[in-house]
Design a binder for this molecule. Structure first.
Ligand SMILES: [Zn+2]
Ligand SMILES: [Zn+2]
Length: 406
């Protein structure tokens, strides 16, 4: 048995996986995002500092272990902290714009459910060095284009908010604490703890009573400083200019501590409840807090398992030719034809042999469009029987015409 919450990607469906990856990389590349591959294992401290104490990920969901030298390590629960670690470690110039993308497995110990696994996969983009709302707009446009244009997922909803910066968020936090204190006894245990550590997180609580209370909480919008508010308004303008429909949602927050200014989610109702397919935002202080120079940054991540469930991409495979030999001497001749044809096109050889009927059945099972059949009669005459599996037609051809026939 595989480990709970960790699934195989089986050969029958891996084509779809590959296709999602290549569509993601293609779209990202067009916008200038280059692939970075970071290790799955990092120092645990990176995520504790990057994502923050008091978050579910750090408090409850990390896969932690010590290596043989006693180093405290973690399987990565998300991609951004690793990208920032790499950005800092390799001393990229924070005065310039750098655009990166990644695709790979992430690990969180939580209750497995449909579309949510303990080993799950995320694709993401990150851009470092520019604090411009046009860049936030670009990333949202790319996200939307991927979901709708490439993966064919209609009816997505873009939710947008600004959660402020270290200059203006404290004012909002104080107001939130004041507000939620009044409902102290009604909040869930988690939220009562959050009240002291991070009151923003209460806005994100899924417990019904908590979210009812949160509906009337003071909106962060009223506390934004001039810079945050201008950033948010310009972002909305850029999106409107592109006719991109979004919902400005003053209660939207994200489950990670590092966000500043823009946060957004693209959700769908196709998985039952409203669930996020892509989520992200700006994290202008993370690079500095992980030891780098002050460098604004922004990015998003996409959950691949959900895309896998929802996307309508097709497997446009090329024609398969299936080689059937009816006796041993024919097998020797036919195998040579197979081995040279397989260098150029999709070919299968029937190694199990047996009757024509059973080999044709396997050809069908393999999805073959054409069968190249050789028995004693064909071999003696230097010919092959070519059978079209769809039209049920067949014709005899000379072996040296075989290349042209395909
Ligand atoms: Zn601000
Ligand atoms: Zn709660």
């Amino acid at each position: 048995m595989s480990v709970k919450g960790m699934a195989d990607i089986l050969p029958e469906e891996s084509w779809k996986w590959e296709k999602i990856r290549s569509l993601f990389l293609e779209n990202a590349r067009r916008f200038g995002y280059k692939l970075i591959e970071t290790p799955i294992v990092e120092h645990a401290d990176l995520f504790i500092r990057g994502i923050g104490d008091g978050t579910d990920i750090v408090d409850k969901q990390m896969y932690l272990f010590n290596d043989k030298k006693g180093k405290h390590l973690a399987l990565r629960p998300e991609g951004t902290a690793s990208a920032v670690r790499s950005f800092v470690e390799h001393k990229y110039n924070s005065e310039l714009l750098h655009k990166w993308c990644y695709f790979g497995p992430m690990y969180r110990y939580e209750r497995p459910q449909k579309g949510r696994m303990r080993q799950f996969h995320q694709a993401g983009i990150e851009a470092f060095g520019v604090d411009d709302p046009a860049l936030d707009a670009e990333q949202i446009i790319l996200a939307r284009e991927l979901l709708v244009g490439s993966f064919g997922i209609e009816s997505v909803k873009i939710l947008l908010n600004s959660i402020g910066c270290p200059a203006c968020r404290p004012g909002w936090q104080v107001a939130l604490v004041d507000y939620f204190r009044r409902y102290d006894r009604e909040l869930c245990d988690n939220c009562r703890r959050r009240l002291d550590i991070n009151p923003l997180r209460i806005l994100d609580c899924k417990v019904q009573r908590c979210s009812e209370i949160a509906k009337d909480a003071p909106a962060g919008r009223n506390y934004l400083c001039g810079s945050c508010s201008a950033h948010h308004n310009k972002l909305k303008q850029y999106l409107s200019d592109m006719n991109i429909v979004f919902e400005d949602d003053p209660m939207l927050v994200r489950g990670l501590d590092y966000y500043t200014k823009t946060v957004f989610e693209i959700t769908t109702d196709k998985l039952g409840s409203q669930s996020a397919l892509i989520a992200g935002g700006r994290y202008n202080d993370l690079v500095k807090s992980l030891g780098g120079k002050d460098s604004p940054a922004t990015g998003w991540a996409m959950g691949i398992e959900r895309i896998f469930l929802l996307s309508d991409i097709k497997n446009a495979s090329e024609k398969t030719v299936y080689f059937i030999a009816l006796d041993e001497p024919s097998k020797i001749v036919l195998f040579k034809l197979f081995a040279s044809a397989a260098k150029r096109r999709n070919c299968r050889f029937d190694y199990k042999g047996g009757s024509l009927k059973s080999q044709l059945r396997r050809a069908n099972g393999a999805g073959a469009q054409i069968c190249a059949i050789m028995g004693e009669n064909e071999r003696i005459a230097d010919t092959l029987l070519i059978k079209d599996m769809k039209n049920k037609t067949q014709k005899l051809i000379k072996i040296d015409e075989f290349g042209e026939t395909l």
